[in-house]
Ligand binder design. Structure first.
Ligand code: NAD
Length: 268
């Protein structure tokens, strides 16, 4: 059975990933890692995530736990991914990468590392969100340039990046389908005397409040009608289940940079 290490083990996602791995009959949790100054280093990973004791202490040494690992699941912070990607490359370990808010330099290093190891990177591992990406592509192609596109997202107050990686990915799907460059089309919030809306723009709006797991809506608004495609995550287990599917899939893949489309076998 492939061995999986969870980086960011004490985080909101890390704890759920440990629960999901405990319930998995196809993958084994072999290591849990936290940043060196985390109060959770040395704590039992099972107790940390509210399941039975696993006699597996949270480590602060990624290289030590990667020694017998097949897959690393990285749901940490953008600053940590460079180090984590390099460690996977050095150890020949596959990577399931969920951390968002990465710089373009970090993204370039991921592309390079994928020449050596298989990496599944997704801004959102939920199966429902990945279905929404397909629906958005269809909607944008059918509705074309006759609609205004606005993307709104709502997340818990602890989220550190905005707009969410998922909102940006939704924007990219729509922009690609409409033949637009998102970097040129994106508008982030509006304030003051903005003038009339330009049809070619794609608006992004982020709300941060309370403990909301994650909600995304893409609105296509025309004269006389409006189509909205919405996804609401009620539990982080939806992301963990998708990450488990990605980890199961990646163990038999050659080096390369993959997304959930490949994991789910979407061929269109
Ligand atoms: P969090 O802040 O609760 O957890 C992050 C954890 O990473 C913390 O425990 C922190 O101590 C740890 N960490 C920081 N540096 C580290 C290092 N160098 N080595 C090991 N651990 C380190 O955040 P979260 O809500 O769990 O989200 C984590 C990331 O995953 C964010 O970027 C978030 O946007 C992303 N996310 C992605 C998906 C997806 O489906 N792709 C879903 C949810 C969250």
């Amino acid at each position: 059975m492939p061995n999986v290490v969870v980086a960011g083990a004490a985080g909101r996602m890390g704890r759920i990933l440990i629960q999901a791995l405990e319930a998995s009959s196809t993958l084994a949790l072999s290591g849990a890692v936290e940043r060196a100054d985390s109060e959770f280093v040395g704590v039992d990973a099972g107790e940390l995530s509210g399941i039975a004791r696993k006699s597996l202490a949270v480590s602060d040494s990624l290289s030590a736990v990667l020694a017998d690992a097949d897959v690393l699941m990285d749901f940490t912070v953008a600053d940590a991914t460079d180090h984590n990607v390099a460690a996977c490359e050095a150890m020949g370990c596959a990577l399931v990468l969920g951390t968002t808010g990465l710089s373009s330099a970090a993204q370039r290093r991921i592309v390079l590392a994928a020449h050596e190891i298989p990496i599944v990177q997704a801004p959102n591992f939920s199966i429902g969100v990945n279905l929404c990406f397909e629906l958005l592509d269809t909607a944008a192609r059918i509705l074309g340039d006759d609609v205004d596109v606005e993307i709104s997202e709502v997340h818990h107050r602890h989220k550190v990046d905005a707009p969410s990686g998922t909102a940006i990915a939704m924007g990219e799907v729509v922009a690609r389908a409409l033949g637009r460059d998102l970097a040129q089309s994106a508008i982030y919030g509006r304030e003051g005397v903005t003038g009339e809306r330009e049809r070619s723009t794609i608006g992004f709006h982020s709300i941060r409040a309370g403990d909301i797991v994650g909600e995304h809506t893409v609105m296509f608004a025309a004269e006389g009608e409006r189509v909205e495609i919405t996804h609401r995550a009620g539990s982080r287990m939806t992301f963990a289940r998708g990450a488990i599917r990605a980890a199961e899939w990646i163990t038999s893949q050659p080096p390369g940079l993959y997304g959930m489309r490949e994991v789910l076998g979407v061929t269109r």
